[in-house]
Write a protein that binds this ligand. Structure first.
Ligand code: ATP
Length: 200
């Protein structure tokens, strides 16, 4: 089964592009959503998180306290590394068991931090969704009105630059105001089907 990673910085349009692929019948593994699910449902991981970050990591209803955890790790690289060291292996396992259930010629794994987190090693090729920084900022602020520009810029500052992400990917979809998303998705879909048929 051919595995394509899909990445892009905050507000680049990954989710929209993934929805287009899903309409074509391509299964998409959303790493962020699955990581949240795993953190909430894997009891061994839950115990490890509580041991590492304290009982406040989960609220009274046993739901992950994301705000608490984000505040703990956002400005603290060693704590972030500790969190990733606990969560990533479990999400990797979850990804491979999901892959085993899929029956299409290829699938997508969506991850914002594909290169930063080494998730690219779990896929055969990476597709980057690219858009100019100013457009990513304005789209994100429109989508998330509770966020300030400074907050979004701080998140961008922790991600790879647009240039680096594009240079490390095998495929790029330009989600700027000059190029349409759908024709690019259809073209990539054909390319991935071709690659999948050659691979096996
Ligand atoms: P995040 O990393 O924060 O999850 P993302 O890369 O998944 O972001 P999206 O949520 O897909 O980005 O897009 C950000 C916002 O920009 C959304 O509100 C989306 O509807 C809008 N958007 C994305 N692409 C376009 C486009 N081509 N035209 C108009 N709006 C767009």
């Amino acid at each position: 089964m051919l595995k394509i990673g899909i990445t892009g910085g905050i507000g680049s349009g990954k989710s929209i592009v993934c929805r287009c692929f899903q309409l074509l019948g391509v299964p998409v593994y959303d790493s962020d959503t699955r990581a949240k699910w795993v953190m909430n449902h894997d009891s061994e991981l839950r115990d490890q998180l509580i041991a590492a970050f304290g009982p406040e990591t989960f609220d009274a209803q046993q739901n992950l306290n994301r705000a608490y955890l984000s505040q703990k790790v956002f400005h603290n690289a060693p704590e972030l590394a500790k969190l990733n060291g606990l969560v990533h292996p479990q999400v990797r396992k979850d990804f491979y068991s999901w892959v085993a259930q899929q029956q299409t010629p290829y699938l997508l794994k969506e991850a914002a931090l594909m290169f930063e987190s080494n998730a690219y090693t779990q896929v055969d090729h990476v597709l980057t969704v690219s858009a100019p920084l100013s457009l990513r900022l304005s789209r994100t602020l429109q989508r998330d009105p509770h966020r300030t520009a400074a907050e979004v810029e701080a998140i961008m500052g922790k991600q790879l630059s647009e240039e680096e992400r594009v240079s490390r990917a095998q495929f790029v979809l330009y989600n700027d105001e000059a190029q349409l998303v759908l024709p690019q998705v259809v073209q990539l879909h054909q390319k991935f089907l071709q690659l999948a048929s050659k691979a096996f």
